[in-house]
Design a protein around this ligand. Structure first.
Ligand SMILES: [Zn+2]
Ligand SMILES: [Zn+2]
Length: 713
C-alpha cells in the first residue's frame, strides 16, 4: 500500500486525470471522503451507510490509524454471491476492497459489519502485519460495536479455548466458533491504547502460528533407523507439508519410477493426484504408523481436499490432521524409501530438472548435494497468503544404495530456503560419516539351527523381495537353541538367503560395533575402546568376503562375536566412530582385508568343572562326551554327546556358558567326576591385543598410537 504522506504532492495530478476521465466525485466536509471511500452498485444509493463509514474512518484517524485517502481509496462493493462469507459474517475484506452482503440482520446491523471491515483496512494500512490474525479480529470486533449487549456472556471454557488455540497454532482460517470465543475474550481483556498492540496476557494465552517450531535436524542411519546426530528442536510435532508425498508415492502399487521421481522433485500435486487409482490407503496408513499425532488416515479420502491433505496440504477445516516430530518423520520416510527404493532414485535430479523445487538454490550447495548423490525432497507449510511458516528438507544418500537419511526443519522458511544451511551441515557430515563405513551385513546365529530361532517385532512389518523390515527398525530374536542367549535385539533389515537357511541382518556399523564391544571387550575404556571400535567398524563394514556365499560376516569368534544389542541396555544411539581412525586403518591395512584382534595375553589357564555342574549348565541329565571340532572355514565348535542324542555349539557360546577366559585348546575328562579345560591367554596373539591396548591407553597413548602399535608392520 502506498505511503499517504509521500503522495500528497501527486494529488492535483491525480485529480486532473480523474477530471479528464470525466468521473465526478462528491465532496464532503472536512476531507475528501468521497474520494477516499468509493461505493459501488446499490450501495451508492445508501447515504446513511456512507455517512456511518465516514464517521468510522474519522474515528480511526483520531486513534492514530492510517485511513483511506483520495490517492489510495477504499472500494466498497455489494457482494454478488455468498461464497466469500462464512457463518454470519456479513462483510469480507481484501486490501483496498470491502464486499458487503446486501442484507440486514437486526442483531448485527450493516453499520457494525461495515465498521468491522473498515477496521481491517485501517489495520492493514497501519500495522504492517504486526497483529496476528486473531488479534486483528478481536480489535475489529471491539471497534465495530458488534459486541454491544454481550457483556454478560460467560468466559470461554477449556474446550472452547483449546479448540481456538489449536486453530491459531496451525494458522487455520478462523471459523465462526473461533470468532464467538474471541468476542467473549475481547469483552474481558483490557485493550492497549496504542494502536497495533495486543494485550500481553492474551498473546501468552493464545500463542502464534507454529510458535513452538524452532529449527532442528536429525541424521539417521537409513538401514537401522539409528539416530546418529540431532540439532535444535526435533521433538515438537509439526505438519511436514509435501514430505508426505514420499509415503504417498511409496503407497502406489505401480508407477513409472522415472516419471514419478520427476513429479516428486517438482512436488507436482496435480500430477501425483492423477495417480490415485494406484494408491493403496492401507499401505499409506502403515507407513504413517510411527506418527502419533494424526487423524489423517482415520477415514479414507473422499473429496479433493481429503486427497490433497494426504499429500500434505491443509484439510477441509483449514488445519492439519497430521503433525510429526522429526524422529517420527525419519521412521516414516525410512520405511517409504526402503519399501519402494526404485521410485525415489530419480530424486537425485532435484535441482537439475528445470521445474524441480531446488532448481533455484545456490550452485555451490547444489554441488554438495550432487557430490553426495543425495535424493532430496522439500516440504513447505504456508499461511493462506503464501508466507512460508515451516520448511522441511529431506535428504537420503548415496542414491544407488542410500545408507543415510537426514531431515531438516526450519520455521519461517520454505523447504528450498533451508538448502543453504543444510549444505553447510552436509559438508561436515561428508567428512564425518563416510557411506562406505555405514552398514554391516552379519549372518545371525550362524552356528545355530535356523529352525531353533525366530525374529519378531512389535510394530508393523514390510517385505520387499527377500528383505524384511519394520516401522521401528528393531527386531527381537528369540532362540530355543541350547547355550545361546534366549532373547536378543537387533536393528535393521533381515534378508533371507535364496536357500532359506542363512538369515542375514543388514545393520548400521555403530550398532554393530556397540554389540561386538559388549561381547568381546566390555571392560575396555577410553582411547583403547575408541581404537578397537574403529577396528570393529572397519572389519564389519568391509568383511563380506569372510562368507562370500551370503556376502556377510558370521557372528562367532571366526569373525567377531555379535550377540545383538542388549535388550535391557541403554537406548540406541549416541556413540559414533571417529572417521579419522578409519582412514588410518585403510592406510595401515595395506593389502590386508581383515584386521585381527584378540584378548591377548600368554597366560596358561585351566579349569576343572564337575560333571554335575556341566549337566546343570546344559540342562542335560547325562553328558557322555565333550569334543573340540574345527571346521573348514576355521571356526571352532564343541560337540556335546548326551545319552540319546548330541549337539554342536560354537566354541564362543560354549566358553561363554562355562565362563572360560577363551576357547579352550584342550578338553579332557579329568576323572569320572569332572572335565578339565585348558587354554592360553584369550586368543591367537595376532593384530591388536586388547590387553596391550588397555595398557597403552593407561600410559597415555592415543587411539591412533594404539592402532599404529598393533598394525604398522
Ligand atoms: Zn474480521
Ligand atoms: Zn565366519
Amino acid at each position: 500500500m502506498a505511503l499517504v504522506s509521500g503522495l500528497v504532492a501527486l494529488v492535483p495530478a491525480i485529480a486532473s486525470i480523474r477530471r479528464a476521465l470525466g468521473r465526478s466525485f462528491r465532496s464532503r466536509c472536512c476531507f475528501d471522503a468521497g474520494a477516499a471511500i468509493l461505493f459501488f452498485g446499490a450501495l451508492a444509493q445508501q447515504p446513511a451507510l456512507q455517512s456511518d463509514a465516514y464517521q468510522a474512518i474519522q474515528e480511526l484517524a483520531a486513534l492514530g490509524y492510517r485511513i483511506p485517502s483520495a490517492e489510495a481509496p477504499l472500494r466498497v462493493f455489494p457482494a454478488l454471491t455468498d461464497t466469500e462469507f462464512s457463518g454470519r459474517h456479513a462483510g469480507a475484506w481484501r486490501p483496498g476492497s470491502i464486499y458487503l452482503r446486501d442484507r440486514t440482520q437486526t442483531d448485527f446491523p450493516a453499520r457494525a459489519y461495515l465498521r468491522h471491515e473498515l477496521f481491517h483496512e485501517a489495520s492493514y494500512r497501519s500495522c504492517n502485519r504486526r497483529l496476528p490474525e486473531w488479534a486483528e479480529e478481536m480489535a475489529a470486533m471491539r471497534f465495530s460495536g458488534e459486541l454491544a449487549g454481550r457483556e454478560q456472556e460467560p468466559q470461554p471454557n477449556t474446550t472452547e479455548l483449546e479448540d481456538l488455540i489449536s486453530h491459531i497454532r496451525q494458522n487455520s482460517p478462523l471459523n465462526q466458533r473461533d470468532r464467538d470465543v474471541l468476542g467473549r475474550l475481547a469483552l474481558h481483556y483490557p485493550w492497549p491504547a496504542e494502536i497495533c498492540q495486543v494485550p500481553e496476557t492474551l498473546s501468552r494465552l493464545l500463542g502464534a502460528p507454529f510458535a513452538a517450531a524452532g529449527s532442528g535436524y536429525v541424521l539417521a542411519n537409513l538401514i537401522s533407523g539409528r539416530i546418529l546426530e540431532t540439532g535444535g528442536d526435533i521433538a515438537t510435532p509439526m505438519p511436514p507439508g509435501s514430505l508426505l508425498k514420499i509415503p504417498y508415492a511409496a503407497a502406489l502399487n505401480q508407477a513409472n519410477p522415472q516419471v514419478l521421481a520427476d513429479e516428486l522433485a517438482a512436488s507436482d500435486t496435480g500430477q501425483l493426484l492423477l495417480r490415485r487409482a494406484a494408491f493403496r490407503p492401507e499401505r499409506y496408513r502403515l507407513l504413517l504408523s510411527p506418527i502419533k499425532q494424526q487423524s489423517l488416515t482415520q477415514q479414507a479420502p473422499v473429496t479433493e481436499r481429503d486427497w490433497r491433505a494426504y499429500l500434505g496440504e491443509r484439510g477441509g477445516d483449514g488445519g492439519f490432521a497430521l503433525e510429526a516430530s522429526l524422529p517420527e518423520l525419519v521412521l516414516t520416510l525410512r520405511a517409504a524409501l526402503l519399501s519402494q527404493p526404485d521410485y525415489f532414485k530419480g530424486l537425485v535430479r532435484n535441482g537439475a530438472n528445470p521445474n524441480s523445487t531446488l532448481v533455484g538454490i545456490n550452485s555451490a550447495d547444489k554441488r554438495t548435494f550432487r557430490e553426495l548423490k543425495a535424493l532430496t525432497k522439500t516440504g513447505t507449510v504456508s499461511s493462506s497468503d503464501g508466507q512460508p511458516l515451516i520448511g522441511h528438507l529431506m535428504l537420503a544418500w548415496p542414491a544407488e544404495h542410500p545408507v543415510y537419511l537426514a531431515v531438516f526443519r526450519q520455521s519461517g522458511s520454505s523447504g528450498a530456503a533451508i538448502a543453504a544451511k543444510a549444505a553447510g551441515v552436509l559438508r561436515d557430515w561428508q567428512r564425518r560419516f563416510p557411506p562406505r563405513y555405514a552398514a554391516v551385513r552379519v549372518h545371525l546365529l550362524s552356528a545355530t539351527d535356523p529352525a531353533s530361532w525366530q525374529a519378531d517385532s512389535d510394530c508393523p512389518e514390510l517385505e520387499t523381495g527377500s528383505a524384511r523390515f519394520n516401522l521401528c527398525g528393531t527386531f527381537y530374536v528369540t532362540s530355543t537353541a541350547r547355550g545361546s542367549r534366549s532373547e536378543r535385539q537387533v536393528s535393521g533389515i533381515l534378508q533371507q538367503s535364496a536357500a532359506g537357511s542363512a538369515k542375514v541382518l543388514e545393520t548400521d556399523a555403530d550398532s554393530y560395533a556397540d554389540a561386538v564391544m559388549a561381547a568381546e571387550a566390555q571392560q575396555l575404556k577410553g582411547e583403547a575402546r575408541e581404537a578397537l571400535r574403529a577396528v570393529i567398524v572397519w572389519n564389519g563394514s568391509r568383511g563380506g568376503h569372510r562368507h562370500p556365499e551370503s556376502r556377510s560376516l558370521c557372528d562367532t569368534t571366526h569373525c567377531m562375536v555379535f550377540l545383538g544389542e542388549d535388550v535391557r541396555g541403554p537406548s540406541r544411539g549416541g556413540h559414533t566412530t571417529d572417521p579419522k581412525l578409519l582412514g588410518l586403518l585403510d592406510e595401515l591395512a595395506a593389502n590386508r582385508d581383515w584386521l585381527p584382534f584378540a584378548n591377548g595375553g600368554a597366560q596358561h589357564w585351566q579349569r576343572q568343572i564337575p560333571i554335575a555342574e556341566l549337566q546343570r549348565l546344559f540342562a542335560e541329565a547325562h553328558i557322555l562326551e565333550i569334543r573340540r571340532e574345527r571346521r573348514k572355514d576355521g571356526a571352532l565348535y564343541v560337540r556335546l554327546v548326551y545319552a540319546d542324542n548330541d549337539e554342536t555349539v560354537s566354541c564362543e557360546i560354549f566358553r561363554n556358558t562355562l565362563k572360560l577366559p577363551s576357547c579352550p585348546d584342550s578338553i579332557q575328562a579329568a576323572d569320572n567326576q569332572s572335565w578339565l579345560f585348558q587354554g592360553i591367554g584369550a586368543g591367537h596373539g595376532e593384530g591388536l591385543s586388547i590387553e596391550t591396548a588397555s595398557e597403552l591407553a593407561e600410559a597415555g597413548r592415543s587411539a591412533e598410537q594404539i592402532l599404529r602399535d598393533a598394525y604398522a608392520k
